[in-house]
Design a protein around this ligand. Structure first.
Ligand code: ATP
Ligand code: MG
Length: 444
C-alpha cells in the first residue's frame, strides 16, 4: 500500500477532546471518525485491525465447536416481552416503532433472539449441546458514552450462547468458552485475567469477567498477583482438563468491585501478593441455567420421556473495544510509538525510502523489496511521499507496523537498514528479514 494513495488521515497533534491514549491514537491516525455521540465510522486502518481481531475471535470460537450464525440488529419487542426484559432493560435499550406501529428495538444483546431460534428447531436432548455465536453490531444507549470506541453506544460484539441438557453439561460448555477466551486474548498478545463477577441484569449463578490491566480502565479490580503467572497452554478440550484449568484460576482471589469484600481479601491474600488496580473488561461469560428457556418455553425431550428446560449460558467479547484495549496495553504515548502485535497489525512492515529530488533509485529499490515481500505474503506500507525522513518515521511509528526498513544511505546494496520497532537497528539482507518475519508470523 502506497501512503500517497491511502486514506489514512494523520493529524499533526493529539486531538484535545480525547482523554485516554487509545482514543488519542485512533483519532490521530484516522482509524475512526465520530458520527455522533458514541457512534463511529471505521476508516481503513481501524477497520483493517478490527477485522483481524474478529478473525482470531472467530477461529477460537470454531476450535471449541461453536457454530457461527448471524442474527439481525433489529429485533421484535415480542420476544423481550416473553422473557420479561422489555420493561426491565430500561433506557439503555433503543426502542423503535415500524410503520405498522409495532414495537421494535435495536438489539443490545441476543439471549431472547437466540432462544427463539433454538426452541423452534431443537426438540431432543440428542441434539445437544448446541454452541451458537455471532459477531454483530449492538446498540446500548449508554448514559455516558466516552473514551471513543471503548464505551460506545454502537459497538461490535461477539456473543455466543450454549444450550445443554443438564447443569453438569452446561458447565462443560462454560469451561470450553473459558479456555477459548484465554486462547483468544493470548493470540492478541494480551494478558486477560478471569475474575469472578456479579451476574447483573442477565441474572444467573456463575460469571467471569476477563480483564486486562490498564490505569484508564473502568473496572476496579482486587487480585492475588500470582494469578498473572498462570497459563492455559497445556489445557485440552476434555472435561477433566477444563475443570482443572478453571480450578487453577479460581484458586486465586480475583474479583471486581461488585464482588469485593475487604475482610475476605485480607484474610485470603497475604499482603505482598495483594494487587488493587484498574482494568478494562474485554470479555464476560455467564451461566444462567433456565432463566430464558423457562420464560420462553425452550424445552427438550429427556432420555426417560420427560421434558426439561434447556440450560443456557452466554459469552461476550467486545471486538471493537479490543482495538482500544490493545492500544492501551501497547502504545508508548510518551515517545509516540505504537507497535501492533503481529497477529493484528494493519501492515507487517513499513518501507521508508529516503527520496531525493530527480532521483528515482530509492523508490525503485523499494518497489523491488515490496515485490519480494508480497511473494512471501508479507504486507508492507510504503511511504512514497517526499517528506523528510524523520517525519516519515514519526508517521510510521504511529501507524504501528511492527517492523521497518529505511531505504537510504545505510541501505547499501544487499544490506538493508532494518529494525523491529522498539528494538535495535540491524543491517541485514532481505532474505533474513523475510525469514525473521515469517517465523514470527508462524508462531502466532
Ligand atoms: P460493561 O461493564 O463494560 O458495561 P457489560 O457487562 O455491560 O460491560 P456485556 O453485556 O457482558 O458487557 O458485553 C460483552 C462485552 O462487550 C463486554 O465485556 C465489553 O467488552 C463489550 N462492551 C459492553 N458494553 C460496551 C460498550 N458500551 N462499548 C464497547 N464495548 C462494550
Ligand atoms: Mg454495560
Amino acid at each position: 500500500m502506497l501512503l500517497s494513495n491511502s486514506f489514512i488521515p494523520i493529524l499533526r497533534d493529539n486531538p484535545s477532546e480525547a482523554k485516554i491514549k487509545s482514543h488519542q491514537l485512533m483519532l490521530r491516525v484516522g482509524m475512526i471518525k465520530q458520527a455522533s455521540a458514541g457512534i463511529y465510522s471505521w476508516l481503513p486502518l481501524g477497520f483493517k485491525i478490527m477485522k483481524k481481531i474478529e478473525d482470531i475471535v472467530r477461529q477460537e470460537q470454531n476450535k471449541i465447536g461453536a457454530q457461527e450464525i448471524l442474527m439481525p440488529t433489529i429485533q421484535s419487542s415480542d420476544i423481550w416481552k416473553e422473557s420479561g426484559r422489555y420493561d426491565d432493560y430500561g433506557e439503555e435499550m433503543l426502542r423503535i416503532k415500524d410503520r405498522q406501529n409495532r414495537d421494535m428495538l435495536y438489539g443490545p444483546t441476543n439471549e431472547e433472539q437466540v432462544t427463539e431460534i433454538f426452541r423452534s428447531s431443537i426438540k431432543s436432548y440428542k441434539s445437544l449441546p448446541q454452541l451458537l455465536y455471532h459477531i454483530q453490531w449492538k446498540f446500548r444507549d449508554e448514559i455516558r458514552p466516552r473514551f471513543g470506541i471503548m464505551r460506545g453506544r454502537e459497538f461490535y460484539m461477539k456473543d455466543a450462547y450454549s444450550f445443554d441438557v443438564s447443569d453438569e453439561e452446561a458447565l462443560y460448555s462454560y469451561n470450553k468458552f473459558f479456555l477459548s477466551y484465554l486462547r483468544t486474548f493470548k493470540r492478541l498478545s494480551l494478558t486477560a485475567i478471569p475474575m469472578a463477577a456479579d451476574t447483573g441484569p442477565i441474572g444467573g449463578n456463575l460469571s467471569h469477567e476477563f480483564i486486562i490491566l490498564a490505569e484508564t480502565g473502568e473496572s476496579k479490580i482486587f487480585t492475588d498477583k500470582r494469578i498473572f503467572d498462570l497459563n492455559s497452554d497445556d489445557t485440552e478440550l476434555k472435561r477433566d482438563s477444563l475443570d482443572n484449568m478453571r480450578k487453577k484460576y479460581e484458586a486465586f482471589y480475583a474479583v471486581t468491585d461488585e464482588k469485593f469484600n475487604k475482610k475476605e481479601f485480607e484474610k485470603i491474600v497475604t499482603e505482598n501478593n495483594r494487587l488493587i488496580t484498574k482494568g478494562i473488561e474485554v470479555g464476560h461469560i455467564f451461566y444462567f441455567g433456565d432463566k430464558y428457556s423457562k420464560s420462553m418455553g425452550a424445552s427438550v425431550d429427556l432420555p426417560g420421556g420427560k421434558k426439561d428446560f434447556v440450560k443456557m449460558g452466554s459469552y461476550g467479547i467486545g471486538v471493537s473495544r479490543l482495538v482500544g484495549a490493545i492500544i492501551e496495553a501497547k502504545y508508548d504515548d510518551k515517545n509516540e510509538i505504537m507497535k501492533w502485535p503481529l497477529s493484528v497489525a494493519p501492515y507487517d512492515i513499513a518501507l521508508i525510502p529516503m527520496i531525493k529530488k530527480n532521483d528515482s533509485s530509492a523508490m525503485e529499490k523499494t518497489i523491488n523489496i515490496n515485490n519480494e515481500l508480497l511473494k512471501n505474503n508479507i504486507e508492507a506500507v510504503i511511504d512514497d511521499t517526499d517528506e523528510n525522513i524523520s517525519s516519515k518515521i514519526k508517521k510510521m511509528n504511529l501507524i504501528g507496523a511492527p517492523f521497518q526498513i529505511i531505504i537510504g544511505k545505510k541501505s547499501e546494496g544487499d544490506l538493508l537498514e532494518f529494525k523491529e520497532v522498539g528494538g535495535e537497528t540491524k543491517n541485514i539482507p532481505l532474505s533474513k528479514i523475510i525469514e525473521t518475519i515469517t517465523n514470527k508470523k508462524n508462531s502466532i
